[in-house]
Write a protein that binds this ligand. Sequence first.
Ligand code: C2E
Ligand code: MG
Ligand code: MG
Ligand code: MG
Length: 283
Amino acid sequence: QAKKAGRDTLRFFNPRMQEVINARISLEGDLRKALEGLQFRLYYQIQVDSSHHRFGVEALIRWIHPDRGLVNPAQFIPLAEESGLILPIGHWVLETACIQLKLWQEDVLMRDLVLAVNISAVQFHQVDFVAQVQSLVQHHAINPARLKLEITESSLLKNIENAITTMTALKDIGVGFSLDDFGTGYSSLQYLKRLPISQLKIDQSFVRDIVTDSSDKAIVCAIIAMAHSLNLDVIAEGVETEEQRQFLLDKGCSHYQGHLFSKPLPITEFDALLSQVERLKNE
Ligand code: C2E
Ligand code: MG
Ligand code: MG
Ligand code: MG
């Protein structure tokens, strides 16, 4: 009896809180097993220009959980970041992307594709990040100019000097950079000017209501103008409708990614989509 009471006093007061913590512990345990269990997949989403020509692709991680089924990154990337598991997961993502790039590089139809890979702040700020990327590029014999790393503003601002050094070193070997979710962070023009990036990616939260919301319109126009004046490419994410695409095109943004063109797809479906597009073009 006393033993039971003692144990109970150690429990969290709020049973809801205990539930949340238990769920988290169990998810973290599963996440640890997911890499060895080969439960991660990369999905691929096409990027197109104003003449609907595909020029790039973004790799997006998915977790195929044995019981929960398909788990989206929003449900596990934050936990992976807090627990440090993002380091082995992020390395797996980069390596899988390099292996895929190598396959595309050997295919006449695919070899001009640029593959964008999302990089977490913790991963990016590791002391040996440059060496990791360099060794993957060499080991898999890929053309570094076909690899683009997507970094967010907030991860740069964690240590701007280190970010500049890392990006400059990678740019020197030919790797490109895109600033993801642009507009949601706090980059100053001063920093933007110093960063060796080649692309700004307009966050989908601004694209969603672009046709109707006047402040979203203004923000998007400002981002496009800024990109042009800094000589950067600009791509809009989350483009779902022809009206959104037309608005963006009118304002000078000619690169798009979103469900209007395709959802992120598993590799076999993605390859099938691309070869279909190529076949139509050559007919
Ligand atoms: P992100 O890099 O900004 O990726 C864009 C997200 O928008 C993706 O969500 C994509 O599936 C989704 N999306 C694309 N087109 C549309 C559209 O037309 N409408 C809507 N509503 N959504 C669209 P996803 O795949 O769930 O990824 C969410 C975030 O998780 C990513 O945002 C990125 O920050 C992170 N993430 C994904 N894969 C990786 C990865 O391999 N490593 C790391 N560190 N983070 C990743
Ligand atoms: Mg991204
Ligand atoms: Mg984004
Ligand atoms: Mg995002």
